[in-house]
Design a protein around this ligand. Structure first.
Ligand SMILES: Nc1ncnc2c1ncn2[C@@H]1O[C@H](COP(=O)(O)OP(=O)(O)OP(=O)(O)O)[C@@H](O)[C@H]1O
Ligand SMILES: [Mg+2]
Length: 321
């Protein structure tokens, strides 16, 4: 199961991604936490020392593409593989139960409470152009497109602020998207934008209230987002202490906030994986991307990379008879 944490800048995406990843790992499932934000803080929020960060995926795109394309005859070279290039016959697929492939062994690092961390890597001043930014995040899109995850296995992605993720198909690659919202007018503004966009693509979104100070805050959120409000986390002294540099483990978290993490996990676990939507949208966004810039950039007709016989998902049941 894959989940993204999105929302306004400063709402608590990184904090909640890290807490949710720690909580989920404590329940036993393998958990990969992915830092896909411009400012890379997820490692720290997972309790990782700075020197222990994994190699950044965004700086080794060619290596990643070279592995994933395997001997897929439809992909002529790593440079013809763009972020939306879907897997096909001959591509290499990744699994969370084994993780002995070069992507997981080469680009992830263990964190103290169990999650494995993967990162797109930090951005320099020169990277701030939109194209380069999206190519770094493209590593995450490639990773998710080639991943065969099952129930009880988790990928948690800390996304960039606001609605930037709509610029690519990345926002459609998840089984659930948690939109973190503070109980303020600014806090819910991103929600409306995200909800409308997500609804057009059948992307499920649930709102997680954060930094709640009391019943008035909950009532405000309920009034603004209605039944989309799944659960709220209180303003946390334990999280504040962690930010002040004090050692932190899940056991330090307030019981109400721990229960809220449990609600998030239960909600994710009730989702059925929709591999059909996933495959259909992978093709849709690849064709869009090919026309928008990728055909020109690679000098190839990238529509030819689509393998019509390839079925996404672990059960290789053919849809055509
Ligand atoms: N429930 C909470 N209680 C107390 N403090 C919190 C809570 N959630 C988040 N914070 C604090 O709010 C600040 C912003 O949180 P965080 O960095 O997780 O937000 P973000 O959405 O990832 O921000 P950015 O958009 O900059 O990536 C941090 O100082 C964090 O410790
Ligand atoms: Mg953040």
């Amino acid at each position: 199961m894959r989940v993204a944490f999105v929302g306004k800048g400063g709402s608590g995406k990184t904090t909640l991604s890290a807490l949710f990843a720690r909580y989920t790992a404590s329940r036993g499932g393998p958990v990969v936490a992915v830092d896909a934000d411009i400012n890379q803080h997820l490692g720290m929020a997972l309790g990782l020392a700075e020197g222990a960060l994994p190699r950044p995926m965004g700086s080794h795109l060619t290596e990643i593409k070279e592995y994933l394309r395997g001997d897929n005859p439809r992909i002529s070279s790593a440079s013809a593989m763009v972020k939306t290039t879907p897997p096909g016959s001959g591509s290499r697929l990744l699994r969370l139960d084994e993780r002995d492939d070069p992507i997981h062994t080469g680009f992830s690092a263990p964190t103290p409470e169990g999650p494995q961390l993967m990162v797109t890597g930090p951005f320099s001043e020169d990277d701030l152009g939109v194209a380069c930014y999206h190519s770094k995040v493209g590593a995450v899109e490639l990773y998710l497109n080639h991943l065969l995850d099952s129930a009880g296995e988790y990928v948690v992605v800390d996304m960039t602020a606001g609605a930037d993720s709509f610029a690519s198909g990345l926002f459609t690659r998840f089984d659930m998207t948690f939109l973190v919202a503070e109980p303020t007018r600014q806090g819910v503004s991103v929600y409306r934008q995200y909800r409308d966009y997500a609804a057009d693509y059948g992307v499920p979104v649930a709102v997680v209230g954060n930094k709640i100070h009391g019943p008035g805050d909950v009532a405000f959120l309920r009034d603004q987002v209605g039944d989309d409000l799944l659960v709220c986390l209180e303003h946390s002294a334990a999280i504040r202490a962690m930010e002040q540099g004090r050692p932190f483990t899940l056991r330090d978290l307030e019981p109400a906030n721990s229960r809220a993490l449990g609600t998030l996990l239960d909600h994710l676990d009730t989702r059925e994986k929709d591999w059909f939507r996933f495959g259909r949208q992978a093709v849709q966004f690849h064709l869009r991307n090919a026309e928008a810039w990728a055909n020109r950039a690679t000098g190839e007709d990238l529509a030819a990379q689509i393998d019509p016989g390839f079925v996404f998902g672990p059960t290789r049941v053919s849809l055509s008879r």
